[in-house]
Design a protein around this ligand. Structure first.
Ligand SMILES: C[S@@+](CC[C@H](N)C(=O)[O-])C[C@H]1O[C@@H](n2cnc3c(N)ncnc32)[C@H](O)[C@@H]1O
Length: 255
């Protein structure tokens, strides 16, 4: 697809992306570190571990894992051509970007072709999937992982109890206030508006519109419901390894 992105311009856009994502993902950088710690432990015995990031966007988490674990092969999956192009321009040396709509058709083909996975991670992405699709994705991830492999899902995941759910949201808002939001005050919509106004992206905005990528849905599943779906998918060991307000990191280990 035609565009004029190079590594430097892509890095600038991704840094702006990271700033606006902090509005939505409480303690996002710490969350990335937690995910990386889980993966590091899970792959400690592998010479050349294989890790996949589902709903990678421009590869912020995938790139951090590739830097922390330079011996790993990192596959990053998304269906947004513009975010994939940004990721590839900036991190293409360290991360392999895969264009696929998770949960639809042969979305897992490229992952399966690489052999069993040691770890599958995701951050601020799986809440877009309807519950039945998410259930099938967890099942497929279970089958793609080697024995002892780990699934890590980090996202804003709700509490079942209403008042506690509100408290968790208040904690997230408190964190947002203390960390000052983003320096530029840009949110998701502002970031996309700026992208649309920039000629460097060439045909990519039109292509994402053609694909109908109007994001914003949320399956509303609680952390408990996610863990139930993971168990149903075949993972015997499931639990929370970190939480800040409603920002959670869930881990599931295959037998
Ligand atoms: C809020 S962004 C987060 C991106 C990245 N994980 C991060 O934290 O910066 C959600 C991402 O999930 C991707 N996504 C949502 N549903 C998807 C699907 N069914 N298949 C592939 N990607 C999907 C979107 O394209 C988007 O890049």
């Amino acid at each position: 697809m035609e565009h004029r992105l190079n590594a430097r311009t892509a890095a600038r856009w991704i840094s702006r992306w990271d700033a606006q994502q902090q509005v939505y993902a409480t303690a996002r950088e710490e969350r990335f570190e937690v995910i990386t710690d889980v993966v590091r432990h899970a792959v400690r015995d592998a010479d050349r571990p294989l890790v996949a990031d589902l709903g990678c966007g421009p590869g912020s988490l995938a790139a951090r894992i590739a830097t922390a674990l330079p011996h790993a092969r990192v596959l990053a999956v998304d269906h947004d051509p513009l975010l994939l192009a940004l990721g590839d321009a900036c991190h293409g040396d360290a991360v392999t970007f895969v264009d696929a709509r998770i949960g639809t058709g042969a979305w897992d083909e490229r992952l399966a072709a690489q052999g069993p996975l040691d770890a599958v991670v995701s951050t601020t992405a799986l809440h877009y999937l309807p519950p039945d699709v998410l259930s099938s994705v967890y099942e497929r991830v279970h089958d793609l992982l080697r024995d002892g492999g780990v699934l890590v899902n980090a996202d804003h995941l709700y509490q079942d109890d209403g008042p506690v759910r509100e408290l968790a949201a208040a904690v997230a808002r408190g964190h947002g206030r203390r960390s000052g939001g983003t320096a530029a005050g840009e949110d998701w919509y502002g970031w996309w508006a700026a992208v649309e106004a920039c000629a460097d992206f060439g045909e990519l905005p039109a292509e994402r519109r053609r694909r109908g990528l109007d994001l914003g849905s949320d399956n509303g599943l609680s952390a408990r419901e996610h863990m139930e779906l993971m168990r149903k998918a075949g993972f015997p060991s499931v639990g929370t390894v970190w939480q800040y307000g409603h920002s959670c990191v869930l881990a599931a280990v295959r037998d």
